[in-house]
Design a protein around this ligand. Structure first.
Ligand SMILES: C[S@@+](CC[C@H](N)C(=O)[O-])C[C@H]1O[C@@H](n2cnc3c(N)ncnc32)[C@H](O)[C@@H]1O
Length: 387
């Protein structure tokens, strides 16, 4: 029986419409700034001026309402936060909350709905002004105080009982916003305070799928027939770009060729900034059957623990088997696909670290062996799309 390797065009279009691609700290956020690519690269230097320019660009990317619309209409994301906050009412009612990176203020409003006495909504970008309007419209301005500024640079008048934040980027750690959440936790959370979410987990699985390869690489072979201009010399460049960068795409569960493996766990109560400088997870897969290994895919979940330890946490999942989210999945393509059989073992590690020239970008180092031999490794970048 022919194995279906990806959604057909119509199904895929439906999926894509559900999770539009413009999103927070978009990969293209530096484009259109008037800078040439070279200039942008120069901006990435570790000089102090370079760093503060990058920070400015980061917060500028959150000024526009469009980015916030895309996040809020990601129903899986927004409803999971809503449910998790409302279910945490025993921790929130009558208590003080800090909303780290409040954006338009929606999570702060959920906290008031859960009974919070006071919410400090901290937001560094100018979207904070729009949040103020939302809070007034919802008559919550007696409970929510918008503080415009960077978490790292401001002070709160008191400690807080709960910290809530939606800090996750592509591949979980793109954007490096978790550092700011850790900073807030260490500055303001009371002993025994509550983190929402409380943990995050990265999963990895091998997959088969050549549709992206066909769309992005093989297309260059078709232009001679289509337009009378042979552009096949671009095939190696397209392949390099595909295999050097993480591809943010939706993949189907049926394209996984082994059971997924949870390779990284982060406890938000204890994780330290230094832990995020290099995070490594290991994996071992036994392949399901004869197939072509195209690469490895990662996704993440975040868990909101219940106050009652016997109750299941609320889970926000970005897995291929879950409702699609704007984070999609993170695909790492191999240069050439590899034939695998039932029981072929794939063993190795995945290491995530901030890019040395721009700490908001992410480098992922993948290493693996096939049946204990043929070690392969590659570094994939998640940046603003520059090859
Ligand atoms: C992913 S958005 C979430 C927005 C909102 N909480 C929501 O769920 O719709 C993250 C927001 O955090 C803000 N942010 C990121 N780092 C920050 C920092 N260090 N201090 C203050 N705000 C920050 C960004 O400007 C952005 O608006």
């Amino acid at each position: 029986m022919q194995k279906r390797t990806f959604m057909d065009t119509e199904e895929r279009a439906d999926h894509e419409a559900a999770v539009p691609k413009i999103q927070k700290y978009p990969l293209t956020s530096f484009k259109g700034s008037g800078d040439t690519s070279t200039k942008r690269l120069k901006l990435s230097s570790e000089s102090q001026e370079g760093k503060s320019n990058l920070e400015r660009q980061y917060f500028t990317s959150y000024e526009d309402l469009g980015v916030h619309l895309e996040m809020i209409r990601d129903v899986s994301r927004t409803n999971t936060y809503r449910l998790a906050i409302l279910k945490s009412f025993d921790k929130i009612a009558g208590k003080v909350v800090a909303d780290i990176g409040a954006g338009t203020g929606i999570l702060s409003c959920f906290c008031v709905q859960a009974g919070a006495r006071k919410v400090y909504a901290i937001e560094a970008s100018s979207i904070a002004e729009k949040a103020k309007e939302v809070i007034i419209q919802n008559k919550m301005d007696d409970k929510i105080e918008i503080i415009k500024g960077r978490v790292e640079e401001i002070n709160l008048p008191e400690k807080v009982d709960v910290i809530v934040s939606e800090w996750m980027g592509y591949s979980l750690l793109y954007e490096s916003m978790l550092n700011s959440v850790i900073c807030a936790r260490d500055k303001w959370l009371k002993a025994g305070g509550w983190m929402l979410p409380s943990s995050a987990h990265i999963f990895i699985a091998p997959f088969t799928d050549d549709s992206v390869q066909q769309e992005r690489v093989d297309y260059w072979k078709k232009t001679a027939d289509l337009y009378g201009v042979d552009m096949s010399c671009l095939v190696p460049h397209a392949k390099k770009s595909l295999t050097n960068h993480i591809q943010i795409e939706l993949i189907e569960d049926c394209d996984l060729i082994a059971r997924a493996c949870k390779c990284i766990d982060l406890d938000l109560n204890t994780v330290q900034e230094k832990d995020l400088k290099q995070i490594q997870g290991r994996f071992h897969f036994d392949c399901f059957g004869s197939d072509k290994l195209s690469g490895f895919v990662t996704w993440f979940t975040t868990a909101f623990n219940s106050v009652d330890p016997d109750k299941e946490p609320v889970l926000l999942s970005t897995a291929p088997s879950s409702q699609p989210t704007h984070w999609r999945q993170s695909l790492m393509y191999l240069e050439d696909s590899i034939d695998v059989q039932q029981g072929t073992t794939l063993e190795g590690s995945v290491t995530l670290s901030p890019n040395p020239s721009n700490a908001r970008f992410l480098d992922v180092n993948l290493r693996f062996t096939i049946d204990g031999k043929d070690e392969k490794s590659n570094v994939y970048q998640l940046n603003d799309g520059l090859p």
